[in-house]
Design a protein around this ligand. Structure first.
Ligand code: GUN
Length: 296
C-alpha cells in the first residue's frame, strides 16, 4: 500500500506557482489577486478562507477577504459580487459556501463573472469542462486529477465508482474521469443514497472515490484488493483531546481499508491540500486569461 500524499504534492504545485509569480514580478508585472467573500461566521468557512489567504501570501499572490455579516441580504451580496466582477484589480474570486439559508446559492453562483469564476461552479465553467475545453475546474476534482497524474496512477480502462453526486465534487469528478484524456478513460459509475447493492458495486471498483461526507462510511468489505481509494471527506468530528475540540474525519475507515489498497489518500493530508492548490492554479489561469485580453 502506498500513501497518496496530497501535502507534498500540493507543496510541489505551490512551488511551481511561486516560481512563476517570482518571474512575473521580476518582469515588472503585478501579482495575481484572489478575493474571497465570507458571509457570517461559520467556523469551518473561517478556517478555509484563512487557509486560502495564507496560501496566497506564501506564493506571492495578492488576496482580499470581503467579510459580510450573517444577516446580509441576497441583494447586498449580489451587489458585492457585481463590484468584484467590475474590479479590475481582482483576477478571480470565490463566495465561500455554505451561505446563510436565506440566500439562494445558485443565484450567487450565476452572478459571478465567468472570467473570474475560479471555483469553477458557474454554468460556463461547468459547460466548458464537460466539453473538454479549457475551463476553471472545480478545485477538489481538479486536485484529485492532479494527484492521480502526478503519482503516475493508470486510469485507462479502469472501473471507477464515485460515491456522491454533488455539483462541486461527485458530478465533475465522474465527468473528468470518463473523458477521453489522461488521466481519464475510466468506466465510471456514480453511486448515491438511492443506489442498490452499494457494497458489491464498490467492491468491483479499481478506483473508488468517496465524497459523501459520512465519516468512516467506506468499510473494508466495500474495497477490492489493490484498489486506489481517494477520500474526499473532511467532516469535523468532536474530539475533546484536541485543542480545537474536533478532528477531521474522512469517509473511509482508513485503518481497515488501507491494507487492501494499492494507493490511498489520508485525511488530513490527502485531497484537502490539493483542493487548496487547485484554487491557486485557477487564479493563476484567470490572471493569464485577463492579461491576454488587456494589459491590466
Ligand atoms: N465550501 C467548501 N468548499 C468550498 C469551495 O471549494 N468553494 C467555496 N466557494 N466554498 C466552499
Amino acid at each position: 500500500m502506498q500513501i497518496l500524499d496530497g501535502k507534498s504534492c500540493s507543496e510541489q504545485i505551490r512551488r511551481e506557482i511561486s516560481e512563476q509569480v517570482s518571474g512575473l514580478r521580476a518582469a515588472g508585472r503585478r501579482a495575481p489577486h484572489l478575493a474571497a467573500v465570507l458571509v457570517g461566521d461559520d467556523g469551518a468557512s473561517e478556517t478555509y478562507v484563512a487557509n486560502k489567504v495564507r496560501d496566497c501570501d506564501e506564493i506571492g499572490f495578492e488576496s482580499t477577504v470581503v467579510r459580510m455579516r450573517a444577516g446580509t441580504s441576497e441583494e447586498e451580496l449580489l451587489g458585492r459580487v457585481a463590484e468584484l466582477n467590475a474590479d479590475a484589480n481582482i483576477d478571480g474570486f470565490i463566495v465561500q459556501l455554505p451561505l446563510p439559508s436565506h440566500i439562494d446559492e445558485h443565484k450567487i453562483t450565476l452572478a459571478i463573472d465567468a472570467e473570474k469564476d475560479v471555483d469553477g461552479f458557474g454554468p460556463q465553467s461547468v459547460g466548458l469542462m464537460c466539453l473538454g475545453l479549457p475551463a476553471f475546474v472545480s478545485a477538489t476534482p481538479n486536485g484529485v486529477m492532479e494527484l492521480l497524474s502526478r503519482n503516475g496512477i493508470e486510469t485507462e480502462g479502469k472501473n471507477c465508482v464515485v460515491l456522491g453526486r454533488s455539483n462541486i465534487v461527485g458530478t465533475p469528478m465522474s465527468i473528468l474521469l470518463s473523458r477521453n484524456a489522461t488521466p481519464g478513460n475510466c468506466t465510471v459509475t456514480i453511486a448515491h443514497s438511492r443506489t442498490r447493492g452499494l457494497q458489491e458495486l464498490c467492491a468491483r471498483a479499481d478506483i473508488l472515490i468517496a465524497a459523501i461526507g459520512r465519516p468512516g462510511f467506506v468499510s473494508a468489505d466495500m474495497v477490492k484488493s489493490g484498489a486506489v481509494v481517494i477520500d474526499v471527506g473532511t467532516t469535523r468530528v468532536p474530539d475533546a483531546s484536541r485543542k480545537s475540540g474536533f478532528r477531521l474525519a474522512g469517509d473511509v475507515d482508513f485503518d481497515r481499508v488501507a491494507p487492501k489498497c494499492s494507493w490511498i489518500t489520508p485525511v488530513p493530508g490527502g485531497v484537502g491540500p490539493m483542493t487548496r492548490a487547485s484554487l491557486l492554479q485557477n487564479t493563476l489561469k484567470a490572471y493569464h486569461n485577463r492579461m491576454r485580453e488587456s494589459d491590466v
